[in-house]
Design a protein around this ligand. Structure first.
Ligand SMILES: [Fe+2]
Ligand SMILES: [Fe+2]
Length: 265
């Protein structure tokens, strides 16, 4: 029996995206919006990778976790694709077209990775992304970033998505350990994947900042320090996402979205 629940939810994105606030606030917000813009390309790539991995996985419990991971990611990117329409609509047509061009370049990379790269490359990319995202999500949860009433554009999309990233945090790691299992390759492959991914988030954030005529500042809050600390811990040879103690907010969020979901299994 898998501990991962698939929650089919569609959030409404009726509100226009507001981008006010000081430079440090914008320094948090624009990368978050950039992250959202990557999701309809990154998450399908993770799903393609997991479907390929399923052909090689010999552990039935892990295979079931992988299927549920893929279903969760599919619901994530469908919501982000809807939200992203409102993000692009916040900008003029020329900026929206430039954002779409960066998105298309990322999609091209991911389609090429699926076509031409080894399963080992794609699995370590998935683990590098998942470990980094889970570290960020845990720090956010510990600092109340996903509390109801947050004014981050996209609203509860983030709390639901990040809670499920924490819920399925073991899957890509377990697939990597099952199929590859090399610590040096996890280090090198994760850093390479994170650099590739974050370079696109950075390009998207810079394009939005340019359009706004703003210079966002690097945020230096306690939450960001904890993100960095948790991220660095993922590079320990003893890193084990199953052993992470969850902030108390996480089970409550997972229960909230299970109750709101159209479909729970
Ligand atoms: Fe996701
Ligand atoms: Fe994920």
């Amino acid at each position: 029996m898998s501990a991962i629940t698939v929650r089919k939810i569609r959030f409404p994105f009726d509100d226009a995206v507001r981008l006010d606030g000081d430079d440090e606030h914008l320094g948090t917000l624009l990368p978050v919006l950039g992250l959202s813009l990557t999701m309809p390309y990154l998450e399908p790539y993770l799903i393609r990778t997991m479907n390929a991995a399923l052909q090689e996985i010999t552990d039935p419990a892990l295979a079931e976790d992988v299927r549920r991971f893929a279903q969760q990611e599919a619901h994530h990117y469908k919501n982000h694709a809807l939200f992203n329409e409102t993000v692009r609509a916040r900008f003029d047509d020329a900026t929206a077209a430039r954002l779409r061009a960066i998105e298309a370049a990322l999609d091209d990379d991911y389609q090429r990775f699926t076509r031409t790269k080894s399963l080992r490359f794609n699995v370590v990319y998935a683990e590098g992304f998942e470990a980094m995202t889970c570290a960020g999500a845990l720090a956010g949860a510990a600092h109340g970033a996903f509390a109801p009433g947050s004014d981050v554009p996209g609203g509860e999309l983030w709390a639901w998505h990040m809670a499920e990233e924490i819920e399925h945090r073991t899957v890509a790691f377990d697939v990597f350990e099952h199929l590859v299992g090399s610590y040096p390759y996890r280090l090198v492959g994760s850093v390479r994947a994170q650099w590739h991914y974050l370079s696109y988030v950075d390009r998207l954030a810079k394009e939005m900042a340019r359009a706004l005529g703003r210079r966002p500042a690097r945020p230096r809050t306690p939450m960001h320090r904890e993100m960095l600390r948790r991220y660095l811990q993922t590079f320990s040879p003893r890193y084990d996402p199953a052993a992470i103690e969850l902030p108390p907010a996480v089970p409550a969020l997972l229960a909230r979205y299970a109750a709101m979901a159209e479909l729970v299994r």
